[in-house]
Ligand binder design. Structure first.
Ligand code: SF4
Length: 941
């Protein structure tokens, strides 16, 4: 008898067409295939050919459909008609919106450009938005780095020319031990998941160091539940153990770091602590071949790590000597730091032992000759297969810069940076601080600023101060308070503008930054500052322009709304001029393009700036005859030239589209990207794959590609001399002097070798009352508030309890369903609690940005995000409580100004459950219709 199989179509056609672009549901920039049916988005999958995600797609990425269809999308430009904060708007045309903006901005440009403060959030077009601000002439521009992870980025650049994520990644194919410090599931999302999969798939080891064991830490083979703010102490203890045991790579340190560079060791000298240099400014080492002084990069020089040098009665000692003196000190012994870190001495020694064993007993050798910058040819590439990754968890503390420096130094002493199995940079990185611009702040009415806003200072002369010594920038970045604030300090803009300190501004212009809610410390206070009026009844901050694609909490606090598109409706470039999508083995950049057309009267923000820049006559946005230079952002991406032959996109340059890296404009460049899946990629040559800063082949290739215009080899800076220059000023040397009240802080904190000090909040609050640390983390399924308005993702995290460790849970007699009142020195919240065992004994935490203001995001008033969700931000203030001297210090890192979100200390008490989480903020009328009950999305049959 015949057997008939039913015919089943196991791969039904889901789409008529696939359009390939770049995801923007978080900042990882994965490649996506957008399946279209009947002209609508039917399905999103990962692009298997894409260098970032190789086909992997996360929950956020696939939920992009609901972001594109979200009821909270803004529909038209809006003009405020009720009081600020009331949410009362009227829809206007783009012409009227531009007229209003021009009416406010034109007089500022002609008389006082600094009265415009232009700040952007998680913007991926900073080389473009900064061009607008620079051309306008205001010094007041930055993106969100100051309240995110500038400590990690700046510490990396100053120490070794780059940090993690967009700058570098573990050598996933070779690493045998991968250690994560302070990483939640947010940044570098898919790449880390794929990397951990590779490491664990080979049977190699992953270790997590984090107060909270979720996400990556939950799948780690071992977990260290450290006390918040003490990572630096643990890392310095690991350095102590490794140096004591002689488990450091002396050969690597001698050749590729400033460990052999000679430092003035005479405390009475005005040059104490500075490197000895030749007439060309090159740091000097002792050449082991001759025993004489030689420049660090001299042909054939063999730097001696142990030699000392006397000149004019002054002794000069190598950096390594100073490091040994510092880190062999018993204060860093595991026994000395165990109590403070919450990690036992045995466990610290165990971690140091695992790192040393893996690094020095299983070296990786890649059979590839290469030639270094001194002309020495090495027969192969030898690496130490230990790699690290760290992010906001260790950097968002007031000791974060030095902690991040310590981690970079730890990697370097192992010889595990830019070597097989270790950490590898992604082109166009590495790039040392000296290859970046310095900050510029010179204002000339009616003219552009004198140079780029943000950059890297090398001493007091580079600070952004006015002639009277007052801060040149509204956020007080690059001042004595926070001299090395390389990404600006967006979190201080509203409070400084409100206080008129250092001066009053006229217009606050913000892009995709939810500053009246989850992006600000002191959320309630920020709303008040945005709505406060002066004695004349005028708003203290006279004008606020805001651009966002969605009806976020910030919308109600603006006077003029420029509605942005969603990420599938716009052009974007993820450019080598910003932070591109490169891999360690390849340089790559990418685009977004409108795979669907907006069904609303909205405009990509960058295109709106092209229009506005032309109306204002900004030189970068107008032709010589005064006409508009760029019709829109796509036109800018194609035709803008930043340096000869270098534009926003590096692929398919030249009229015929046959040049990579450098070349003339190609009018069809965007089409070529679209044909190629939305990205361009060029592989690093094999002999340039490792040792990038020191490797002649890499340096030559980097110039050819247009990363820089001449070769720039350099060595890693274990000792960061610019920091010593600030200390010298604080000790009384030099013309530019800090104010008296900051001298001690500068002397103590700006140590050129990494140190650890207790989080600054600890010395401003009563730690006997506020005994508990409090943190937030982003979950895998959300990226800030972007995801928590998404109909699919809300079903994963629609509310957020405060997680309490078992020890505190029992001490307070909490049971399931309980609520707690949590207070800090600044504020109080009442929230639901939940027990969690895999948590540091003295830490509570919750997911970030789940809590929503009633009426925002087109969510209904009784939505769980507003009644059971909450923000920890209400407990944090941008200023610390005053001490005896009556002064209020900024709640930030005294070196970079990074917002110290994670220094927060609280106390917790059981509370009667209220109807909804507290504090309560009244519902804001929504400028868009609220969401229907059901958001079914089905395209086609
Ligand atoms: S990791 Fe980020 S960029 Fe990648 S698919 Fe997920 S949301 Fe998109």
């Amino acid at each position: 008898m015949g057997h008939h199989q039913p015919s089943i179509d196991t791969s039904p056609k889901v789409s008529d067409e696939i359009r390939k672009t770049t995801c923007y549901m978080c900042a990882c920039r994965c490649g996506i295939n957008v399946h279209m049916k009947d002209g609508k988005v039917a399905y999103i999958e990962g692009n298997r050919d894409h260098p970032v995600n190789k086909g992997v797609l996360c929950a956020k990425g696939s939920a992009g459909i609901m972001q594109v269809n979200a009821p909270s999308r803004l529909r038209k430009p809006l003009k405020r008609v009720g009081p600020r904060g009331s949410g009362q708007f009227e829809e206007i045309s783009w012409d009227e919106a531009y007229d209003i903006a021009e009416g406010w901005l034109r007089p500022l440009r002609e008389t006082a450009p600094e009265k415009l403060a232009f700040f952007t959030g998680r913007d991926q077009s900073q080389s473009f938005t900064s061009l607008f601000a620079q051309s306008f002439g205001t010094p007041n521009y930055a993106a969100h780095g100051g309240f995110c992870s500038v400590n990690m980025a700046a510490a990396g650049i100053y120490t070794m020319g780059g940090a993690f994520w967009e700058f570098g990644q573990p050598d996933w194919d070779h690493t045998k031990l991968f250690v994560l410090f302070g990483v939640a599931e947010d940044h570098d999302s898919n790449p880390i998941k794929m990397g951990i999969g590779k490491v664990k798939g080979r049977g190699d080891k992953v270790i997590g160091v984090n107060p909270i064991r979720t996400g990556y830490n939950a799948v780690a083979d071992d977990w260290y539940g450290i006390t918040p703010g003490t990572d630096g102490l643990l890392i310095l203890s690991l350095i102590h153990c490794l140096m004591s045991a002689g488990k450091i790579d002396l050969d690597y340190l001698a050749q590729f770091t400033n460990a052999p560079c000679l430092v003035n060791a005479d405390e009475s000298s005005p040059e104490y602590g500075l490197l000895i240099k030749d007439a060309d400014g090159r740091p000097q080492v002792i050449d082991a071949r001759t025993g004489a002084l030689a420049p660090w990069d001299g042909e054939g020089v063999e730097p001696d790590l142990s030699a000392t040098y006397e000149r004019d009665g002054i002794t000069h000692l190598p950096v390594l000597h100073h490091m040994a003196e510092r880190y062999l000190d018993p204060q860093y012994a595991p026994e000395a730091v165990a109590g403070r870190t919450g990690i036992s001495a045995d466990r610290i020694r165990q971690l140091a032992g695992e790192i040393a064993k893996t690094a020095f007993e299983s070296p990786i050798v890649v059979d590839q000759p290469w030639t270094d910058f001194r002309g020495k040819t090495h027969p192969n590439m030898v690496g130490r297969p230990v790699s690290f990754h760290a992010m906001r968890g260790i950097s968002a503390h007031s000791n974060g810069f030095q902690t991040c420096r310590a981690l970079h130094v730890l990697q370097i002493i192992l010889g595990a940076v830019e070597t097989p199995g270790g950490m590898r940079f992604k082109p166009p990185y590495p790039k040392p601080a000296t290859a970046h611009p310095k900050p510029h702040c010179k204002v000339t009415p009616g003219a552009p600023l004198d140079g780029p806003h943000l950059g890297f200072v090398h001493g007091p002369d580079d600070l952004c101060l006015r002639e009277d010594g007052s801060p040149a920038r509204i956020d007080k970045a690059f001042t004595w308070e926070n001299p090395m604030s390389s990404h600006g300090m967006m979190h201080m803009v509203i409070s400084n503008a409100h206080a008129g300190d250092p001066y009053k501004i006229d217009t606050l212009f913000l892009y995709m930054a939810n500053m009246s809610w989850n992006s600000s410390m002191n959320t309630s206070g920020t709303m008040k500052m945005l709505t406060d009026k002066d004695e004349n009844g005028d708003y203290v901050i006279p004008h606020i322009i805001y651009s966002d694609a969605y009806s976020s909490e910030m919308v109600a606090y603006a006077d003029l709304i420029l509605p942005d598109t969603t990420y599938l409706e716009r052009h974007d470039c993820i450019s080598l001029l910003d932070r591109p999508i490169c891999e360690a083995d390849a340089v790559a950049d990418a685009i977004r393009w409108p795979v669907i057309e907006p069904d609303r009267d909205v405009k990509g923000f960058q295109s709106a700036l092209c229009d506005l820049g032309a109306r204002l006559g900004l030189p970068a946005f107008t032709n010589e005859d005064g006409s508009q230079k760029y019709a829109d952002y796509a036109d800018y991406i194609t035709n803008h030239i930043r340096r000869p032959g270098v534009g926003p996109l590096a692929g398919w340059r030249g009229a015929a589209g046959d040049s990579d890296g450098r070349g003339d404009v190609n009018p069809n460049q965007l089409d070529r990207y679209i044909e190629n899946g939305g990205f361009w990629m060029e592989h690093v040559p094999d002999n340039a794959a490792y040792y990038k800063p020191f490797n002649r082949a890499y340096q030559d290739w980097a110039v050819e590609m247009g990363f820089y215009d001449s070769v720039k080899p350099y060595i890693f800076q274990l000792y960061v001399e610019p920091m010593r220059r600030f200390q010298l000023a604080a000790e009384g040397h030099g013309e530019r002097q800090p104010p008296e009240h900051l001298r001690d802080q500068i002397k103590e904190r700006l140590d050129p070798l990494p140190i650890w000090y207790a989080p600054v909040e600890d010395s401003h609050v009563d730690t006997d009352t506020f005994t508990i640390h409090a943190l937030t983390q982003r979950p895998m399924a959300m990226y800030h508030s972007w995801g928590s308005q998404n109909a699919w993702l809300r079903q994963i995290h629609g509310r957020n309890p405060l997680y309490v460790p078992s020890k505190i849970w029992k001490e307070h007699g909490f049971t399931e369903g309980d609520w707690a009142r949590v207070s800090s020195a600044h504020g109080e919240i009442t929230v639901p609690v939940m027990e969690m065992a895999a948590l540091n004994d003295n830490t509570v935490w919750t997911w970030n940005a789940i809590g929503k203001r009633k009426g925002a995001w087109a969510l209904k008033g009784d939505t769980p995000e507003a009644t059971k969700g909450f923000l920890l931000n209400h407990l944090i203030h941008e200023l610390l409580p005053s001490r005896k001297d009556g002064m209020r210090w900024s709640n930030s890192d005294p070196i970079t100004g990074q917002a110290a979100w994670f220094d927060l200390r609280v106390k917790i008490e059981k509370a009667v459950a209220p109807e909804a989480t507290k504090p309560h903020h009244p519902e804001i009328p929504s400028p868009v219709p609220s969401a229907p009950d059901s958001l079914d999305w089905k395209v086609g049959k």
